[in-house]
Design a protein around this ligand. Structure first.
Ligand SMILES: [Zn+2]
Length: 120
């Protein structure tokens, strides 16, 4: 049973890495750029006509996370180096976005295809 209840949240500012330990013992690690990439705010995720598309990896890969704070007991909010901070990351969303559940991503959420793309 996958847990959506965190038991520990640790931000490593120097490495720009967030680590969440879940009640089922699973440990998720997220690069700051990945957190920016999956920003759940309406501006990044909206699909209404005329809205901007979500950011591409190329646009966010230099982004780092500077600060994390709890939103009540249900979510986290981040201060990111590109000043974007409107996303509310609920625990179920973060658990669902755990890089280890996404084979196309490395262990911090960076796309493997970008790292392994053949150079021309
Ligand atoms: Zn956003």
């Amino acid at each position: 049973m996958v847990s959506e209840v965190p038991t520990a949240v640790k931000l490593n500012v120097a490495a720009s890495t967030l680590q969440i330990t879940w009640a089922d013992g699973h440990v998720s690690r997220y690069a700051g750029a990945y957190l920016r990439h999956i920003c759940p705010c309406a501006g990044c995720r909206g699909h209404a006509p005329g809205e901007r598309p979500p950011p591409t990896w190329e646009q966010v890969q230099a982004c780092v996370v500077r600060h994390v704070e709890a939103v009540g007991s249900y979510a986290l909010q981040f201060t990111l180096s590109d000043q974007h901070g409107t996303g509310i990351y609920t625990w179920p969303y973060l658990r669902r976005c755990c890089p280890s559940d996404h084979p196309e991503l490395d262990d911090l959420g960076r796309p493997l295809s970008a790292n392994n793309a053949p150079s021309e």
